[in-house]
Design a protein around this ligand. Sequence first.
Ligand SMILES: NC(=O)c1ccc[n+]([C@@H]2O[C@H](COP(=O)([O-])OP(=O)(O)OC[C@H]3O[C@@H](n4cnc5c(N)ncnc54)[C@H](OP(=O)(O)O)[C@@H]3O)[C@@H](O)[C@H]2O)c1
Length: 337
Amino acid sequence: MKPKIIFIAATLMAIAVPAHAETMKAIVAREYGGPEVLKYEDVPVPTPKENEILVKVFAAGVNSFDGNLLAGNWAKPPNGTQLPWHPGYDIAGVVEKVGSKVGKFKPDDAVYAFITILKGGGYAEYALAKESDAALKPATISFVEAAGVPSVALTAWQALVDKANVQSGQTVLINGASGGVGMFAVQIAKIHGAKVFATASAANQEFLKQLGADVPIDYKTQKFEDIAKDIDVVIDAVGGETLARSYPVVKKGGIIVALTSDVDKAQLRKYGIRGASLVVQNNGNELAQIGKLIDEKKIKVVVSETFPLADAAKAEKKADLGHTRGKIVLKVRDEPK
Ligand SMILES: NC(=O)c1ccc[n+]([C@@H]2O[C@H](COP(=O)([O-])OP(=O)(O)OC[C@H]3O[C@@H](n4cnc5c(N)ncnc54)[C@H](OP(=O)(O)O)[C@@H]3O)[C@@H](O)[C@H]2O)c1
């Protein structure tokens, strides 16, 4: 290229990109589809609103639900996902900037957060979180581990504690117990003094025991309904036929919490049981309580695989299979020393 042309090109670029714009690497979907639509791009660093924090992201959790968002199944106006779509809603990092009304956090605080799913933005070097959606990161675990906690641990907590009000001495059946939600559900049920029946495939039976499950069940060779009877609380993270077979195992007056669909009211009436479906809610206070239990070594976090941010599409492909042990996490940058 001749010097004159270089000069013109540089001038045009200077006009197109304002001098103050700071950019970062982020994952962006400019169309809906499978994981292959995820691109690794340069985008502007976002600016926090008055109630938001800007987090320098060290790690971001990958979720099996992401496939739905990517496919555009939640793109209904006015509040659905919008293109370009910025995925990622579980983050762990360090506060870079705070909005004018933020009082809970200050720059350099290590935090983790479950950020608004339909807004996303977590698969990036910097991400915004509402102050109320974040908590201080548990100090005893890494950023990678912390990024595996927020949405799935909140789901397990809200299902067992907020919906089912699980009590000591009760029996709990967890379907899909070796995945992100299940890993936390088993441990939260144990902390509350329940006897835990937990289903996963043969490869995860030992893992279920390590999490504290009293009765691990291999769903491929055993029928949970032959083993788990008169159950007080069922948490179903599998759905379909597994959910349908779960109603009869609940004792009269007991409760089934469905995580993948609505509960079948006719089945609830038939068996004289209660039911609830759950949509996980952002909740920084509950995240702080969970973090305390992690630091007290009452809850462990297992991350089975990490991918660099640039390989988000590969990570999503793996998560889509629905057989993750614990969590898959994107490592956005090296852990601080
Ligand atoms: N309602 C909400 O707010 C909410 C929030 C979070 C997640 N979810 C939903 O909950 C579900 C689970 O999420 P997740 O993140 O925990 O998924 P995940 O990490 O992919 O884990 C799924 C786990 O289920 C096990 N599994 C698969 N088929 C099974 C079966 N037939 N019986 C028993 N276990 C089975 C797998 O173990 P094996 O490999 O051993 O088969 C795997 O460990 C997803 O559908 C997700 O969308 C809902």
